[in-house]
Design a protein around this ligand. Structure first.
Ligand SMILES: *Cc1c(COP(=O)(O)O)cnc(C)c1O
Length: 421
């Protein structure tokens, strides 16, 4: 790491950009793996602790393979994510399938892979039985409704389409037990990009008390609680990362008093974070095409919101470094834009930055999760390449950039010639 949190300096990045034209996303393998180790170590007290990486955050099999090597599983929510996991060799109970409004073929695929199937609704139990059969393990997603606050990205739980009510959980576990199922888990996901560490301790407490309750009646024995993902990252310079040791210690205390003391141990703690695993360790690199002065100063990049739509979608802050000008004072207030014909195609609005010129390389930070993954092709924009910087500095292209051929591949252009109007 250099002083500004980047794994490369200007010269090195210019050399990379000579081989791989901008824009591109680049991930820092060393930092991703060190972070994975920190998470595992924080929860080492819990035998069977496991993180299932939320594939939707960075659905690239090379990244998934790195995380597999660290002992992580996959949290999948679609056919494509299941297929990617299978390709990487992540199968069996190393997959948690947490979907909603699920088609039968996705349940069938998840089941064929031996995944843990986490049901989103009580009616899915019958749907599963009809289309796949009775699962070996019953895991249900809990939605606490008005009992929890939620946060701005995910909203109020009672407005959320996900999960079972508490009464439905009781009914579901009783029904599963009556069917002869004897392996049980419980899941929830009530926050997104949450920086308050206490929130995750409260979530564990909520699940532990449900475990205690359903262990008494209908009398099922839980193997695990999955506390979901949603751990936030410090996008703004003044934000602080969630203290994983604080979260872990808080959960450990509750585990002693609520689980061990009641004879409910062992109980595995599972997690399915995406953002905090890769988010801070991926960067969108783009070159300045034009500087435009009208009513405001605009920087025109060769990247656009198709490469990173969080600012346009949520008004999210992403820190920006102008390479080689890290030490220069702010010299202007800029809107940093792309070339898409939508006025919200801006990576930053009224941002103080050093004097920017055409040709400068800009690095947009914290793009490693929900970045490239949210890309789209509106306005004929092509998705960029993804690169991986290995610990020895070697660069591997882990996804090439799209071409117009890719974009038009779904059109039948021969049919067009024959098409008479
Ligand atoms: C999106 C999602 C995650 C990952 O969320 P992060 O904010 O990236 O940690 C985990 N679980 C479910 C069910 C999700 O939908």
């Amino acid at each position: 790491m250099t002083g500004n949190g980047l794994p490369f300096r200007q010269q090195q990045l210019e050399e990379i950009a000579e081989r791989y034209p901008t824009p591109f996303h680049i991930y820092d393998e060393r930092a991703i793996r060190e972070n994975a180790v920190r998470l595992k170590e924080a929860f080492a007290w819990n035998e069977g602790f496991k993180e299932y990486f939320a594939v939707k955050a960075t659905p690239n099999p090379y990244i998934m393979k790195l995380l597999q090597a660290e002992g992580f599983g996959s949290d999948c929510s679609s056919m494509a994510e299941l297929l990617l996991s299978e390709t990487v060799g992540i199968t069996g109970e190393n997959i948690m399938f947490t979907s909603n409004d699920t088609p039968a073929e996705e349940f069938q695929k998840a089941c064929a892979l031996g995944a843990i199937i986490n049901l989103d609704d009580i009616t899915h139990f019958d749907f599963l039985e009809k289309n796949v059969g009775i699962p070996e393990l019953a895991c249900f997603r809990y939605n606490p409704g008005p009992l929890r606050e939620g946060n701005t990205i995910i909203g109020h739980p009672e407005e959320a389409k996900y999960g079972f009510t508490k009464n439905q959980l009781a009914e579901g576990y009783a029904a599963a037990k009556a069917q002869g199922i004897n392996r049980f888990g419980i899941h929830t996901m009530v926050a997104s990009n949450e920086l308050n560490a206490q929130y995750f301790i409260d979530t564990a407490e909520m699940l532990f008390s449900l475990v205690a309750e359903f262990s008494r009646d209908p009398g099922v024995r839980f193997e695990f609680v999955n506390i979901g993902g949603g751990i936030g990252i410090p996008y703004k310079p003044e934000d602080n990362a969630v203290d994983l040791d604080f979260v872990s210690n808080g959960i450990h205390e509750l585990y002693s008093s609520m689980i061990e003391a009641n004879g409910l141990a062992p109980l595995r703690i599972l997690m399915e974070c995406g953002r905090m695993i890769t988010g801070p360790y991926g960067f969108l690199v783009s070159r300045v095409r034009h500087i435009k002065n009208t009513y405001k100063k605009f920087v025109g990049l060769d990247a656009c919101m198709a490469d990173l739509m969080r600012p346009a979608l949520y008004g999210a802050y992403h820190h920006i470094t102008v390479m080689g000008k890290e030490e220069e004072p702010a010299a202007g207030i800029y809107d940093v834009t792309g070339s898409l014909c939508e006025n919200n195609d801006k990576f930053a609005i009224d941002r103080e930055l050093p004097e920017i010129e055409p040709g400068d390389l800009l690095v947009i930070h914290d793009a490693g999760a929900h970045g490239h993954a949210m890309g789209f092709n509106y306005n004929g924009k092509l998705r960029s390449a993804e690169l991986l910087m290995r610990p020895d500095g070697e660069i591997v292209e882990i996804r090439r950039a799209e071409t117009t051929r890719d974009l038009f591949a779904t059109l039948d252009l021969d049919g067009l010639t024959a098409f008479q109007v």
